[in-house]
Design a protein around this ligand. Structure first.
Ligand code: NAD
Ligand code: GDD
Length: 331
């Protein structure tokens, strides 16, 4: 049992919800889980945690959130997949208020450690022009040319963490997540990322018999996708390490989007026809995580195979889909 109070910001979201459960499973009994969304919209609601609905872009809410805390994990942000971040740059950048106010409050409260969830979207776009990628190393973030809007906010917030550490002595840790997927996350509504979106489209095809799905771009884009269990384990390991600089937290198993569609079609057991939407939000052409540094520091890296994680994700989205769109009626 661990009595230290840990604060998880963004606990109603995908990664935050899993992180609460991860710590609960490890005997933490003092968890403050916070999100701006009403409780009935949280993906997971812990029975152990103190669940708080608050807007963490407000400094007063951040002070209340950090009171008595030993560790703060900031997973709160206004974000989504390419469909959201390409069309909502101002909203993405406003998340700077959350991290800035949380850092200020954490410092004032004497918090021991602070974690910030950054993104592979901080990397220089010129390193991501080809589908045939060279995996991104941490040094590739500079000179800065990140994803417009969302990536700039992440890069700025990374530096805020560094300067709070250097100037005020607050121990900060920063991980650059590469596309995270799994159950209990966004799978429809516009903020979903490719793994969940493609599962939803294939599941819809399976249950409606209409086997043509829309795929954004020509499908040759490449990405690596990290399963959520690797993500939460990596957060714990990085938070409690001596790694001072932002570090990649991602899978190095590369796939094309066409490869991902093939995989999901195979999981569903159906043939898929694709309608490629060439004007849809596409992002960079290729991106992968170079895991040399995390291996050097921790002797560990995310290792859950894409096929295994996608099967679990597909099964969860299918059950959500059936509950929502094809509820079983009893006579
Ligand atoms: P998510 O959208 O599921 O969760 C974020 C949560 O933050 C949401 O529940 C949202 O309601 C909450 N939030 C937004 N504004 C808030 C505010 N003002 N006050 C309190 N809560 C607020 O996203 P996620 O996938 O769980 O991502 C968590 C973090 O990881 C984010 O910082 C995100 O940018 C980062 N990240 C995620 C991925 C990924 O692939 N999921 C990749 C890179 C980085
Ligand atoms: N979202 C989505 N939906 N993407 C699709 C779809 C679809 O139906 N069909 C094809 N794609 C393609 C996109 O065009 C893009 O080229 C690729 O799949 C990946 O899209 P996303 O999963 O939405 O985002 P991303 O990998 O470009 O960026 C994500 O990962 C970053 C970290 O690596 C985003 O979630 C960022 O917010 C995150 O920081």
């Amino acid at each position: 049992m661990n009595n230290n109070l840990i604060v998880i910001a963004g606990a109603g979201g995908f990664i935050g919800g899993h992180l609460v459960r991860y710590f609960e499973d490890r005997g933490y009994v003092n968890i403050r889980a916070i999100d701006i969304k009403p409780l009935d919209e949280w993906y997971q609601v812990s029975e152990v945690a103190e669940n708080v609905v608050a807007d963490l872009s407000e400094i007063t809410a951040c002070h209340a959130a950090c009171r008595g805390a030993t560790e703060v994990y900031n997973l709160a942000a206004d974000m989504g997949g390419m469909g959201f971040i390409e069309n909502n740059k101002a909203l993405c950048m406003l998340s700077v208020l959350i991290n800035t106010h949380l850092l200020m409050a954490a410092k004032d409260a004497g918090v021991s450690r602070y974690f910030y969830a950054s993104s592979a979207c901080v990397y220089n776009a010129s390193k991501q022009v080809s589908e045939d990628v060279t995996a991104l190393k941490e040094e590739d973030a500079y000179p800065a040319m990140p994803e417009d809007g969302y990536g700039w906010e992440k890069l700025f917030s990374e530096r805020m963490c560094r300067h709070f550490r250097e100037d005020f002595g607050l121990i900060t840790r920063v991980a650059r997540f590469h596309n995270v997927y799994g159950p209990e996350g966004t799978w429809e509504g516009g903020r979903e990322k490719a793994p969940a979106a493609i599962c939803r489209k294939v599941i819809t095809a399976k249950h409606t018999g209409e086997h043509q799905i829309e795929v954004w771009g020509d499908g040759k884009q490449t990405r690596s996708f990290m399963y959520i269990d690797d993500c939460v384990q990596g957060i714990d390991r990085i938070m409690h390490s001596e790694i001072l600089e932002p570090i990649n937290l991602g899978s190095s198993e590369l796939t094309s989007i066409n490869g991902l569609v093939d995989m999901v079609g195979e999981i569903a057991g159906i043939d898929i026809e694709r309608n490629h939407l060439l004007d849809a939000p596409k992002g960079v052409n290729g991106r992968n995580s170079d895991n040399s540094l995390i291996q050097d520091y921790l002797g560990w890296e995310p290792s859950i195979r894409l096929r295994d994680g996608m099967k679990r994700t597909f099964d969860w989205i299918e059950s959500e889909y059936l509950e929502k769109y094809q509820p079983v009626t009893t006579a």
